[in-house]
Design a protein around this ligand. Structure first.
Ligand code: NAP
Ligand code: MN
Length: 265
């Protein structure tokens, strides 16, 4: 039995596309379960990048390959348009695809005796709860680097480099590269505070340690791909690549830089 999970967000086009895809896949003898089935060979996400990221988090980064059908706005992760369902099924059955492996970033947050773990395909963002600057002591590997002051910092993967990171002036990174990028958000540079103003690009074996300084008791927001978690007091945040790999189906005409050009210029 060949099982495919199909999920759609709740726009009209997504729901219609899901109905049509289900019918076509069933005609080709695939089984489409109602709920998430961990034995499925593929997950189809119908929507935009936001709903793809949501599905990924909802099912805790399963090891099953994903393919996206774009009915959203930008659709950077998506490989298909709703009018390509027949070609998709034809190529899929023939095995005419490749699997792109995308790295994820994790943050381990310690707060007293408590420990929390977060994961992002795009990024992990650390910022203040209120409209005040945060002060973060940042170490890279064994070395203390800076006492960052500003709105916050964003640690992105290559896959996330085209998202929030790009809006912050960070570099677009080819996902074949294995690196983490630390981008400052509104860094302050005065005689009172000094922070790096460009993003820092790190090799995979270096981890990032953040020890926040508190003044006035504001909490920190830790955001994993736009999913927000408020922490009242954080002792340490430790960031590095996570073991989870996201697998995306890509067809023969996929090229990262062509995609960047078509979506950005
Ligand atoms: P959103 O606020 O609806 O969307 C932000 C935009 O980023 C959408 O157009 C989304 O595409 C696009 N996007 C998401 N991942 C991308 C990627 N890897 N490469 C290029 N574009 C990407 O939020 P959302 O749809 O839930 O997406 C979450 C992401 O939004 C976060 O992970 C963060 O990177 C990004 N974000 C950006 C800013 C900013 O640029 N100032 C602020 C907050 C969050 P779709 O239209 O297809 O959904
Ligand atoms: Mn969105």
């Amino acid at each position: 039995m060949r099982i495919i999970n199909v999920f759609a967000n709740d726009t009209g086009l997504s729901k219609d596309t899901k109905k049509m895809l289900r019918r076509k896949l069933e005609k080709s003898d695939f089984v489409i379960p109602r709920d998430f089935d961990p034995n499925a060979e593929l997950v189809v996400c119908i929507g935009g990048d936001g709903s793809f990221l949501e599905t990924l988090h909802k099912f805790n980064f399963p090891d099953i390959p994903f393919i996206g059908i774009n009915t959203g706005h930008l659709g950077f992760f998506q490989e298909l348009h709703p009018n390509e369902l027949d070609e998709f099924i034809f190529k899929y059955k023939q095995g005419k695809y490749e699997i792109q492996h995308l790295k994820t970033v994790k943050a381990v947050v310690t707060s007293g005796d408590e420990r929390f773990e977060y994961k992002g395909l795009n990024e992990i963002l650390i910022k203040g709860e209120m409209s005040r600057a945060v002060h973060l002591n940042i170490s890279i590997g064994e070395s203390f680097i800076e006492r960052f002051s500003g709105d916050g910092i964003l640690v992105s993967t290559p896959a996330g480099s085209t998202a929030y990171n790009y809006s912050l002036g960070g570099s677009i990174v080819d996902p074949r590269l294995n690196l983490l990028q630390v981008a400052p958000i509104a860094p302050m540079n005065t005689t009172a505070y000094r922070s790096f103003t460009s993003s820092l690009i790190l090799p995979p074996d270096l981890s990032i340690r953040i020890n926040p300084e508190y003044s006035g008791g504001q909490g920190l927001l830790i955001v994993e791909d736009s999913m927000e978690h408020l922490h009242e007091s954080v002792d340490e945040i430790y960031l590095e690549f996570s073991e989870s790999i996201v697998k995306l189906l890509r067809f023969e005409n996929y090229d990262f830089w062509t995609k960047v050009k078509s979506k950005f210029l």
